[in-house]
Design a protein around this ligand. Structure first.
Ligand code: ATP
Length: 245
């Protein structure tokens, strides 16, 4: 198979004795935005860590199941190899390098990425088009940016690696509604330019607007899955995740 689709099959994950995911399956077809919804501790971040192979930095291991991207098994690769394969995570809480400049944060994102210096220069140009503020603030320390700008930097840094699939963890968390909407618009734009997105969001309204399909995780298992418009219309999703009674 050559299409750049992600297939997570029956993946179970534990942090020592704590079972965080139980036989979870989710597909991200090439070019799609797929949302992962669920309450606190449902396993959303763990799912992204399993795909990006950063799980072990947090003491987690995959017990069973398989993760395939573009026909290639990711479980078994190092995190750097996953990036090189075109799958890049934007962590929850941005985690920009606060003492480094905006420009150096972006440069760090290109390390180990596909392509050479020319590819990195092109990627930076695209990032600056998407987020002009990152060009304006290139020489400022990242820690001085606002929360929304730091989210843009975290996304820009990930885009420097020219991902085919972006793993986005709670991009709207802690942002004012206007900024959250702006970030959502950029996710749409990134997707329109050809990058698939696996989007973890507590804000189900934003997530279901952006995604073509979604899964709902509850205590580490898939409770609901389907097209985003069907989930947005389901009574359970409306009551529990959209706050509509
Ligand atoms: P949140 O929205 O709160 O981030 P989440 O849906 O992303 O929640 P996870 O962070 O994936 O959920 O957590 C799933 C389960 O695994 C929870 O029970 C959590 O306490 C546990 N867990 C997460 N990280 C670790 C860790 N590093 N060590 C031990 N247990 C962990």
């Amino acid at each position: 198979m050559t299409a750049a689709s992600l297939e997570v099959r029956e993946v179970s994950v534990g942090y020592g004795p704590v079972r965080a995911l139980n036989a979870v399956s989710v597909d991200v077809p090439e070019g799609a935005v797929v949302a992962v919804l669920g309450g606190n501790g449902a396993g959303k971040t763990t799912l992204l860590r399993a795909v990006s192979r950063t799980l072990r930095f947090h003491g987690g291991t995959i017990g069973s199941g398989s993760i395939t991207f573009a026909g290639r098994r990711l479980d078994g690769l190092t995190p750097a190899e996953v990036v090189a394969a075109g799958v890049v995570q934007v962590p929850e809480g941005r985690q920009v390098f606060a003492r480094m400049t905006v420009a150096d944060n972006l440069r760090a994102g290109a390390l180990g990425a596909r392509g050479g210096r020319r590819a990195a220069a092109e990627a930076r140009e695209r990032v600056h088009e998407l987020f002009p503020v990152l060009a304006d603030r290139a020489h400022q320390r990242a820690g001085l940016l606002s929360g929304g700008e730091q989210q843009m930097l975290a996304m820009g840094r990930a885009l420097m690696a020219r991902p085919r699939l972006l793993l986005l963890d709670e991009p709207s968390l802690g942002l004012a509604p206007l900024m959250a909407d702006r970030i959502a618009e950029t996710v749409r734009e990134i997707n329109a330019r050809g990058t698939s997105v696996l989007l973890v969001e507590q804000n189900a309204a934003i997530a279901l607007r952006l995604a073509s399909s979604a899964v709902v995780l509850e205590v580490g298992a898939v409770a609901l899955a389907g097209p985003a418009d069907e989930l947005a219309a389901s009574d359970e999703v409306r009551r529990r995740y959209l706050g509509i009674t």
